[in-house]
Design a protein around this ligand. Structure first.
Ligand code: NAP
Length: 265
């Protein structure tokens, strides 16, 4: 299916690895020009170079910046492929907050989580949504987490900050911009095979004394699909949400978790 995105410009955050990279790859495969953001310059450059090879008809640019800072967002937003070119698509994403016990989290930990996983996506929406509406087309996809639907005890910072974003998006996705061709949706990963999942598993292994393989096998067994998702699968869903065909889908929380969430809705 041609997603109708050829020549559009996308800002993809957290794009040197994992789910963000999957989104950048899927969009570039559709002929979208992609600006990729991550903090680590070397990994980012490697990802940019690989994507240029894989998608020669797209422009692929990298911005090494921390998207959770005002300076980082300004750097990312100022690229826009050159004068007069604005973003048609924004994929918001940053690392998730650390696990822990809420009794140990002081205000600073909460502010950091809120900055990264709630206020940064809101700032990016604020910076881009009106331009999209004026041009009559826009797609914003926020990478959040399955923990928004089914909270995970030790991920309280994530549960809280991302739920705040989810509430905000529910409102703005139904505001005046919706009638001007802009959709805003959240894409909720369950367990995907990325660095983040491997780091979480290594942390659990150190705590429990069980091997990473043992823990990964046990986790896979809890998922009806009996496996972890891939960044490619995630990227494909993101690209569809950005497509012309998905113009009637907005304000939704799209869960991709291999059936792990046990509810009917
Ligand atoms: P990942 O494999 O660790 O990749 C994260 C990417 O984001 C990297 O490119 C990283 O590069 C970049 N990044 C992190 N913090 C950033 C920042 N402040 N500014 C700019 N770039 C930043 O993680 P992932 O698995 O793709 O996860 C993506 C998001 O989905 C996270 O918020 C995670 O909590 C959430 N999630 C993932 C899963 C899963 O199973 N994988 C499940 C639920 C939720 P640098 O470090 O170089 O900046």
């Amino acid at each position: 299916m041609d997603l109708g995105l050829q020549g559009k410009w996308a800002l993809v955050c957290g794009a040197s690895k994992g789910l963000g990279l999957g989104c950048a790859q899927a969009l570039a495969a559709e002929g979208v020009n992609v600006v990729m953001v991550a903090r680590g310059a070397a990994d980012l450059q490697a990802a940019v170079d690989a994507l240029r090879q894989a998608a020669p008809r797209s422009s692929v640019l990298g911005v090494a910046a921390d998207i959770t800072t005002a300076e980082g967002r300004a750097a990312a937003l100022s690229v826009q492929g050159g004068p007069g070119v604005a973003f048609d698509i924004v994929v918001t994403n940053a690392g998730g907050p650390p696990p822990g016990d809420f009794r140990d989290w002081e205000r600073e930990a909460w502010i950091k989580a809120l900055d990264a996983n709630m206020l940064t996506p809101i700032e990016l929406i604020k910076a881009t949504v009106d331009g999209m509406a004026q041009r009559g087309f826009g797609r914003i996809v926020n990478i959040t987490s399955g923990a928004v639907k089914a909270p995970i005890d030790i991920l309280g910072l994530s549960n809280g900050a991302r739920s705040g974003l989810t509430g905000f998006v529910a409102g703005v996705a139904r505001s005046a911009v919706t009638g001007q061709g802009v959709t805003i949706n959240n894409l909720l990963p369950g367990a995907f095979d990325t660095d983040r999942l491997r780091v979480t598993m290594a942390g659990a292994s150190a705590k429990t004394g069980k091997s990473v393989d043992e823990l990964a096998d046990a986790r896979r067994k809890t998922i009806p699909a009996k496996r972890f998702g891939t960044a490619q699968e995630f990227g494909a869903i993101c690209a569809f949400l950005c497509s012309v065909q998905a113009g009637y889908i907005t304000g939704q929380n799209v869960l991709a978790d291999g059936g792990a969430y046990p509810g009917t809705f």
